[in-house]
Design a binder for this molecule. Structure first.
Ligand SMILES: [Zn+2]
Length: 148
């Protein structure tokens, strides 16, 4: 179970395990009122050389592990959502990749988005890549994940 929360990554990078994470008020699965700290998970984010420590909680009643992740990032992605969206927009408008990010990664995002368009919106989608990206976002999808 993932809960997205506001995280200051710079501060997290500095404070590591001492970062003041919020504690969920109750278990998102069973609503038990108390969850306990359950260690940390490492995750990599663009701009930070070392993995950052993301806080885990566990519900003592149902055993659910709750992972806190920074909002503004898709799960399992190290680039900001806004960066990925700019890349898609740039490619669509100018037929060029964004500078500063390896083209292999941008190509990966683009292909995944194109596959998702094909799978969900069929071949007749004619509103472009960026509109499709936003459409998937409103559905709660990760527009650029390979898992369909
Ligand atoms: Zn629970």
């Amino acid at each position: 179970m993932i809960i997205f929360v506001k995280v200051k990554l710079k501060k997290l990078f500095k404070k590591k395990r001492n970062y003041p994470w919020p504690r969920p008020e109750s278990c998102p699965r069973c609503s038990n009122y108390k969850v306990w700290g359950h260690g940390y998970a490492q995750a990599i984010f663009d701009g930070y050389e070392e993995p950052l420590m993301l806080k885990l909680y566990r519900c003592s009643v149902c055993g659910c592990v709750i992972r806190l992740r920074p909002s503004g990032y898709f799960k399992r992605f190290q680039a900001k959502i806004t960066t990925i969206r700019s890349c898609i927009s740039h490619k669509e408008k100018l037929s060029k990749w964004l500078s500063g990010i390896p083209p292999t990664r941008q190509r990966h995002w683009l292909r995944a988005l194109q596959r998702r368009i094909k799978a969900y919106l069929s071949d007749i989608w004619n509103q472009g890549l960026l509109k499709a990206f936003d459409h998937f976002m409103t559905l709660g999808h990760v527009p650029v994940t390979r898992n369909i």
